[in-house]
Design a protein. Structure first.
Length: 247
């Protein structure tokens, strides 16, 4: 296993008297898909917000490639290589699939001084968009309006938009939610490809799906980590069976 690329060290986040994340330490390595499970309200999305920079921690720190990035904003972390998707689909439905990716790439390659060239014709951003769509399996859909894609393809597009920013870490919040069997198979195949080149954190509920793609699974309950290990070890853990899978 490669050295950790992203680490959470004794991370905590309080909202008044509520501890949404408590003294949590995890690491994420390139070439590994690290899945995170837990019941609703366990603190999974809050943890993703802390790692991506959308929330500031109440305690602990976030380390990216050896650098303490705890005080960095979300845009700065994105430029440093942390990409993320959200539980709810976040695309521009009236724009083409390619334009969605180009806009994501443009955010990473802004050229405010290039007043002689339309941003939509920036060769670097267009190349990044096309590469991302190819990697996500959406190249054939590039001219379509994004809103005309199926739900599963829209979730793939969100990942393609992340890829267009050249991330090293992918934080994916329930990308399989709401998918049928065929769409889920396509997403699982994509996730298997992505983990060969990125450190991937995947928030998900489907243990059967996770058993196929995850290298490690960590389990959260009430903001705290109760177990972390291989899918086989997690399935056999009595504390996990009681708290999450059902005794």
């Amino acid at each position: 296993m490669n050295a950790p690329l992203l680490r959470a060290e004794q991370l905590g986040r309080r909202f008044g008297g509520l501890a949404a994340v408590r003294d949590l330490s995890l690491d994420f390595a390139a070439g590994e898909l690290h899945a995170l499970i837990g019941t609703n309200g366990a603190g999974k999305s809050t943890l993703v917000h802390l790692l991506s920079g959308e929330l500031a921690p109440s305690a602990g720190r976030v380390v990216l490639d050896g650098h303490d990035v705890t005080g960095w904003s979300q845009p700065r972390r994105a430029r440093a290589g942390i990409g993320r998707s959200y539980q709810r689909t976040t695309i521009f439905p009236r724009f083409s699939v390619r334009e969605n990716c180009r806009l994501a790439a443009q955010a990473m390659h802004a050229r405010p001084w290039a007043i002689w060239e339309a941003a939509a014709r920036c060769a670097r951003s267009l190349r990044a968009a096309d590469d991302a769509l190819e990697a996500a399996g959406l190249a054939a859909h590039a001219p379509q309006p994004a809103g005309s894609l199926s739900h599963g393809a829209q979730r793939q597009l969100e990942i393609a938009m992340c890829l267009a920013t050249h991330p090293r870490v992918l934080l994916l919040d329930e990308p399989l939610a709401g998918m049928g069997a065929e769409e889920s198979e396509r997403m699982l195949a994509l996730l298997s490809q992505l983990k060969t080149r990125h450190a991937v954190l995947l928030v998900e509920h489907d243990m059967d799906a996770l058993s196929r793609v995850a290298d490690r699974i960590s389990v959260m309950v009430d903001g705290a980590l109760i177990a972390s290990g291989t899918p086989e070890a997690i399935r056999g853990d009595p504390a996990v069976q009681l708290a999450y899978l059902g005794a």
